[in-house]
Design a protein around this ligand. Structure first.
Ligand code: SAM
Length: 213
């Protein structure tokens, strides 16, 4: 595979109209699905939040092409789905290129690929450096939703988010519409349900920087 990715030098020069032809520049992308896979979550969230722009980041070419085609097809048959799209990129490297500080309201990390070996820790989707980036692009009060069917990965995410000073574990209210569709929407979640497997969910809230208030 090729290791060059397209990404803007700064969020200000990012042209979102390529992704959303009806994009209004006064709007901003507010949701990001990290490692979106085949896009099931975005397909569910798009009509639930019709006024919110949302993007999936996916590193595999064929998979991101599939998601792109999926939204083009859905838009042909519906008035909705103009607010969702996918970018093929490495979500572990380029988040601050796409989003300004405090831009995002919600981030999703659903069924991230597990890597157990110690030498691979730096590839984990949740590491110290990445937590700092997630905290940077999320607004205060913004939420990170995580799900895994691997208990060790779930425990790892809970431990690291909870120990990070800019996040606290959060129990969403019944009105949190996004929290209710996490497991049933994504292709990986459906697979786990079919196999009668278990999924663990954890949600974290971006809190005020204790040193900046
Ligand atoms: N979230 C989806 C779901 O629940 O169905 C996909 C889960 S799949 C197990 C993990 C996905 O993350 C894969 O599609 C993989 O290509 C993608 N991925 C892994 N590392 C990534 C990275 N650094 N940047 C973007 N996507 C990544």
């Amino acid at each position: 595979s090729d290791h060059s990715f397209e990404y803007p030098l700064t969020p200000e020069v990012m042209d979102w109209t390529k992704l959303y032809p009806r994009f209004k520049p006064e709007n901003e992308v507010k949701f990001c699905d990290i490692g979106c896979g085949y896009g099931g979550l975005l397909v569910t969230l798009s009509p639930m939040f019709p006024d919110t722009y949302m993007v999936g980041f996916e590193i595999r070419v064929k998979v991101s092409d599939y998601v792109n085609d999926r939204f083009l097809a859905l838009r042909q048959d519906n008035e909705v789905y103009h607010n969702a799209g996918v970018i093929r990129t490495n979500a572990m490297k380029y988040l601050p290129n796409f989003f300004r500080k405090g831009q995002l309201e919600k981030m999703f990390i659903l069924y991230p690929d597990p890597h157990f070996k110690k030498c691979k820790h730096k590839w984990r989707i949740v590491s110290e450096g990445l937590l700092a980036e997630y905290a940077y692009v999320l607004k205060v009060g913004g939420l990170v939703y995580t799900v895994s069917d691997v208990k060790e990965v779930h425990d790892w995410m809970v431990e690291h988010f909870t120990n990070f000073p800019l996040f606290e574990r959060y129990d969403p209210s019944a009105e949190d519409k996004a929290a209710q569709v996490l497991i049933g929407s994504t292709e990986e979640g459906k697979k786990v349900l079919r196999n009668k497997g278990q999924s663990w969910t954890a949600i974290f809230r971006r809190v005020e920087d204790p040193y900046q208030v």
